[in-house]
Design a protein around this ligand. Structure first.
Ligand code: GLN
Length: 197
């Protein structure tokens, strides 16, 4: 499986290391042609405004939307989750609109800006390690979106169909659970695409 990791700025290298550790091939995505042959896309954490601007300039904004609309699995963490949302507040900005949710950037404020938490998830029995770094809060979730983990009662890991979003940074821990889950989504997507051919 080949996973394209958007590599404009932010912690793309941590995603690549974790995915390679799980046996996936990775490619850094900075231009539309880098997406060729990719079975899944990761939108890493970092600064969503900077990333958005680059995605638009390079034509990646439309290319990623197309990839996802055609069933390609996309996984966004933190800034990546902001980019996936349908509505962004604080301040408002354009987004890919691939997951029906409203997010509040830097939603945890200064106090809880950056820290590590262990909370339950639907993915495994043990608590999931969650690193928050100026993460967004999901204020509203659309219908049919599954909540896989919460932080302080608020949805923090959500998915619908081929789109997965975390308001924290699983790539900055030793806990590979969320990335394993994404690779399962990618494997399913690839099986479906083969069946359709
Ligand atoms: N606060 C950043 C933003 O709004 C996201 C932070 C992160 O990805 N760690 O884009």
């Amino acid at each position: 499986m080949k996973i394209g990791i958007v590599a404009i700025q932010g912690d793309f290298a941590a995603h690549a290391a974790m995915l390679r550790g799980l046996g996936a091939e990775t490619v850094e995505v900075r231009a539309v042609q880098d997406l060729e042959g990719c079975d899944g896309i990761v939108l890493p954490g970092g600064e969503s405004t900077t990333q958005l601007q680059f995605l638009k300039e390079e034509g990646l904004f439309d290319a990623i939307r197309k990839f996802s609309k055609q069933g390609g699995p996309v996984f966004g963490t933190c800034a990546g989750a902001i980019l996936l949302a349908t509505k962004v507040n604080n301040p408002p900005q354009e987004s890919l609109g691939l997951l029906e949710m409203t997010v509040l950037r830097n939603g945890y404020g200064r106090q809880l800006a950056s820290d590590v938490f262990f909370e339950p998830s639907t993915l495994k029995q043990e608590p999931l390690e969650m690193v928050f770094i100026r993460g967004p809060i999901i204020e509203e979730l659309g219908k049919g979106i599954a909540v896989l983990a919460r932080h302080e009662g608020k949805a923090a890991l959500v998915e619908k169909g081929n789109v997965l979003a975390a308001t924290f940074h699983p790539e900055l821990t030793d806990d590979t659970t969320v990335h394993e889950h994404f690779l399962e989504m990618v494997a399913k997507g690839a099986a479906m695409a083969n069946g359709a051919r």
